[in-house]
Design a protein around this ligand. Structure first.
Ligand code: SF4
Length: 228
């Protein structure tokens, strides 16, 4: 059965609840500047946040600017990040990116999608995280969790990541757009998980449109009025 799109009212309630649950959501990557965030996100592709934090906890006290990391060189950087998957290509990309930041952006992280996506190793997803988290822009990085939650609940149905991204940016009320990314990831990671979603303990089960939610324990009759 195809999932129905959520109504405006459902979406409003959905995010009010997620906000109530986590009033100050933050990315689980450690960072203290846009530059540190950019590098952490680049390192996090196909790796866990925990493994990235372990590496950057050692790296950033030694080098946390474009110039300092550039000075380490590819081999120097590898000694800090070799516990992270794909570290060879990541080291190359990070050093090239630092070189471009120094050459074109006075060592700073640019605030536009175009300039971010021009950096080696920075795709749309990384650019979205940086624009949203470091610069407070209403961008939406769609990862596997957000893609699943959007499609499953009827919040943002789409065949691919880009469709879901566009739909999310369109339907999420302005008041939630800056934090929505984190709320959705955390909801997908800890509650609306891939195999056995915890619909029985889900705080938004009454506004979720997933037809199978009752089989996973969602309460049947929570009366939320006027949800059409
Ligand atoms: S009710 Fe189930 S499917 Fe719907 S959002 Fe909650 S965990 Fe996900």
């Amino acid at each position: 059965m195809p999932v129905k799109n959520m109504t405006k009212k459902q979406i409003q309630t959905f995010f009010e609840r997620l906000r109530e649950q986590r009033p100050n959501p933050e990315t689980e990557l450690n960072y203290s500047s846009p530059f540190e965030l950019l590098i952490a996100v680049m390192l996090s592709a196909q790796a866990t946040d925990v493994s990235v934090n372990k590496a950057t906890d050692k790296l950033y006290p030694i080098a946390n600017t474009a110039q300092a990391i550039f000075n380490l060189g590819v081999d120097g950087l590898k000694t800090y990040i070799k516990t992270i998957g794909l570290y060879n290509s990541k080291a190359e990309n990070v050093i090239k990116t630092c070189g471009i930041l120094l050459e074109l952006h006075q060592g700073q992280v640019p605030e536009t999608r175009q300039a971010l996506e021009a950096l080696p190793g920075v795709g749309r997803k990384t650019a979205n995280v940086v624009l949203n988290t470091a610069f407070g822009q209403p961008a939406m990085a769609v990862d596997t969790h957000i893609f699943r939650v959007g499609n499953r609940t009827g919040l943002a149905v789409g065949k691919n990541v880009l469709e879901v991204e566009h739909r999310l940016v369109k339907v999420i009320p302005k008041e939630f757009i800056l934090d929505a990314h984190h709320w959705l990831i955390l909801h997908g990671r800890y509650c609306c998980i891939a195999r056995k979603p915890k619909c029985n303990e889900c705080i938004v089960s009454d506004v979720c449109n997933w037809p199978e939610r009752f089989e996973f324990g969602a309460a049947k009759a929570i009366p939320i009025k006027n949800l059409t």
